[in-house]
Design a protein around this ligand. Structure first.
Ligand SMILES: *Cc1c(COP(=O)(O)O)cnc(C)c1O
Length: 376
């Protein structure tokens, strides 16, 4: 066995899939790609994903938090990085010293940014965020012109981009996106005399990149689709995309328990006959949810989790897989034999979205990278 036998539970990331997905989007949109690697690259590992995305032709990185950006800089990543949202004013200088591009959404943050740039004698590259209908961070489009003038009145500030974010691009109804797009266009018209062609204009997330050619300006912000995950059930990916993540664990012990034995905390599950019960070293601290009805793959078969999920362990009912043994691999997300459990299947089971499933994979779960993984 390869590397993976060293771990209790681990994630395998196929970086070739990440590259394939970025290349597909590049060739189909023709726009520059900002690879969104916030939340540890949607649980996939921010640095390896960022490197793969840049190798595939992405030209920009996007993160949510300064800690995420600094981690990339400390690892030697020199590509442009945009902090997509809030930054505590106390961290502005750290961000400027790290050469990050910053979002501005109101005048007071703009003033703080300008002050920090002046104190450090460093330029601040800023992207003006317009709230066209998502109703989260962003300036009203009606203030776009005044804010651009304000930015241009400060010597140390450089307007590098203008952007907005869609609320409903992954849904069937195009009306909300149409309205947001119209508001964005209106604001862009108002500032067209003030800005030059090199400015980055970006609106589309993955869903809009795939379904709304009219929302692609000169850059897109590519998140979920880069990981080969569907933006939503209503907005599936084309066939060419490949999911990059597989989540595995191992059967740690198997025992046959007599009828009437309680399994796990609270004895919520009780055996009804001589049952083959297996243990896996995977629990809610790894991001597996404490939820009834979980299933995993053992020997290529969908196998039920029984009893409560513990912090570090869970139990399986193995009557359907009589030939499995301790040490066998168990798949939580991914393929095994002819069966597959997707992140979307798990999300459906947990009554959430695939984004939350992969972002929730615990920090203690090692991430291993294909194709660099040694062969078995
Ligand atoms: C997370 C995020 C994205 C990426 O969205 P996906 O749906 O994953 O493509 C794009 N833009 C902003 C502002 C974001 O916060």
């Amino acid at each position: 066995m390869g590397n993976q036998a060293q771990h209790s539970t681990w994630v395998e990331i196929d970086l070739a899939a990440i590259k394939n997905n970025v290349e597909f989007v590049l060739s189909h949109t023709g726009a520059a790609v900002m690879a969104i690697v916030k939340a540890n690259g949607y649980g996939h590992g921010a640095l390896p994903v960022a490197q793969a995305a840049l190798q595939a032709g992405a030209s920009y990185l996007g993160v949510a938090r300064i800690e995420e950006a600094l981690e990339l800089r400390q690892a030697g990543m020199t590509a442009p990085i945009l902090l997509l949202g809030y930054l505590a004013p106390a961290r502005l200088k750290d961000a400027l010293q790290a050469g990050l591009s910053l979002t501005v959404w109101d005048n007071s943050h703009l003033e703080y940014t300008s002050q920090a740039a002046a104190d450090l004698q460093l330029p601040a590259r800023v992207h003006l965020k317009l709230d066209t209908g998502m109703s989260r961070i962003g300036a009203p489009p009606s203030q776009a012109q005044a804010m651009v003038e304000q930015i241009q009145s400060h010597n140390g500030l450089f307007l590098e981009g203008v952007f907005t974010h869609f609320a409903c691009a992954d849904e069937g109804n195009p009306d909300p996106t149409n309205q947001q797009l119209a508001a964005f266009h209106h604001a862009l018209d108002n500032i067209s005399g003030l800005v030059d062609h090199s400015i980055l204009i970006h609106a589309a997330n993955s869903a809009a990149s795939l379904t709304r050619p009219d929302a692609i300006f000169n850059m897109i912000r590519l998140g979920i689709a880069m990981y080969g995950l569907h933006p939503s059930p209503e907005c599936p990916l084309p066939e060419a995309f490949q999911p990059a993540l597989t989540w595995k664990t191992v059967l740690s012990q198997i025992k046959v328990l007599p009828p009437g034995r309680g399994v796990s905390y609270g004895h919520e599950y009780r055996t009804s006959h001589n049952e083959r019960i297996g243990t896996i070293p995977l629990g809610y601290a790894d991001g597996f949810r404490r939820w009834r009805g979980n299933t995993v793959l053992v020997n290529g078969k969908i196998t039920p989790v029984v009893g409560r999920v513990c912090m570090d362990q869970s139990m399986l009912q193995l009557d359907g897989v009589p030939d499995c043994q301790a040490g066998d691999e168990v798949v939580i997300i991914g393929k095994q034999g002819n069966q597959r459990i997707s992140a979307e299947d798990v999300a459906h089971q947990w009554n959430t979205i695939n984004y939350e499933v992969v972002c929730g994979i615990g920090a203690r779960v090692p991430r291993l990278y294909l194709p660099e993984l040694p062969d078995d």
